[in-house]
Write a protein that binds this ligand. Structure first.
Ligand SMILES: O=C(COP(=O)(O)O)[C@@H](O)[C@H](O)[C@H](O)[C@H](O)COP(=O)(O)O
Length: 325
């Protein structure tokens, strides 16, 4: 009889018991799930003014992104398996008290899309988990897991574990438990596009050409301006492309450590591809916690198109041609 396999309908605990042998990693992912559940409630109940969405519970009155930041650090401390952590809000590494040997370091964006919380658009938490005590001098490929918490009409927890196939979606149920509801193992072709930093088309003619291709080929535009829902739709719909391209006048905004590399693992474990124009974002070395990059996520054909249109050739097309030769 083979090893037990994760099934749809399983609880998060059942899934983790069959998808990783590393009990410390399972504990960390469980603790982050607890924080995501609390953040979901706080996002839903925050009152939004002109400049911030604020939670008022007793004497707690924090903007919801700062509250999410605090809850995630608390969850990591509570896990007892996290050595260092840093976030978009606190980019310096903070000691969480866990061990180096057998422990992890975690980088996270507590509430991506905080500028669209007031409009009631979907926002999310992103995090990547690296073994040991390093969050610089590492690549996205070194991650042992990555995940997002997605706060929309439903709350979901979407995770990828290195070495375990697929990217897995868990739904937050009424009783507070997570239920495994979807597994994505391939991203196919489909005319769906999500064009970030579209203003770069003003002085990046190659990006303009790519966008014109999507329009003339009658792609469907699906874009919220929140990276979490815009990238998650590729995993859920199992098709599409997300782009965030730079130009001489619009520099890269998205951070490699906190956003781009974790989403890269989620997309690539789901059978998709990622690119900074030349290479997978998982191959990019994190030199500083604040490193930024342009990025595309999508199916293989979309990433080949992205690289060829922007730079004239694609390493993925070369590999495919070499295999045929
Ligand atoms: O970084 C993001 C949000 O930052 P913040 O609102 O400060 O939490 C991402 O969600 C991107 O802003 C988003 O995906 C998009 O790429 C931005 O591009 P654009 O809509 O052209 O400004």
């Amino acid at each position: 009889m083979g090893a037990p396999r994760a099934e749809l309908g399983d609880s998060l605990e059942e899934f983790l018991a069959t998808s990783t042998k590393d009990k410390s990693l399972a504990r960390l992912l469980t603790c982050m799930g607890e924080a995501i559940r609390t953040i979901s409630f706080k996002v839903k109940t925050a009152s939004c003014g002109a400049t911030a969405c604020v939670n008022t519970f007793g004497d707690e009155q924090l903007a919801v992104d700062l509250l999410a930041n605090k809850l995630l650090f608390e969850a990591l401390r509570f896990s007892h398996v996290c050595k260092y952590a840093c976030s978009e809000e606190d980019p310096e590494l903070l000691d969480m008290g866990g061990p180096v040997e057998g422990g992890f370091s975690v980088a996270f964006d507590p509430l991506d899309g905080s500028s669209i919380v007031d409009t009631n658009f979907t926002v999310g938490t992103i995090f990547g988990v690296w073994p040991g005590d390093k969050l610089t001098g590492v690549t996205g490929n070194d991650q042992v897991a990555a995940a997002m918490g997605i706060y929309g009409p439903r709350t979901t927890y979407v995770m990828a574990i290195k070495g375990h196939p697929g990217t897995h979606e868990f739904l937050l149920l009424d009783d507070g438990k997570w239920q495994h509801v979807k597994e994505t193992t391939s991203i196919g072709e489909g005319k769906l596009f999500s064009p970030g930093n579209l203003r770069a088309t003003f002085d990046n003619p190659q990006y303009e050409k790519l966008i014109n291709y999507y329009v003339t080929e009658r792609y469907t535009l699906r874009y919220t301006g929140g990276m979490v829902p815009d990238v998650n739709q590729i995993i859920v719909k199992e098709k599409g492309v997300f782009t965030n391209v730079t130009s001489p006048s619009t520099k890269a905004k998205l951070r490699l450590l906190f956003e781009v590399a974790p989403l890269g693992l989620l997309i690539e474990n789901a059978g998709g591809f990622s690119s900074d124009g030349h290479q997978s974002v998982l191959d990019k070395l994190v030199v500083n916690t604040d490193d930024r990059t342009q990025v595309a996520y999508g199916s293989k054909a979309e990433i080949i198109r992205f690289e060829e249109t922007l730079y004239g050739s694609s390493r993925l097309a070369k590999v495919a041609a070499a295999k045929l030769a």
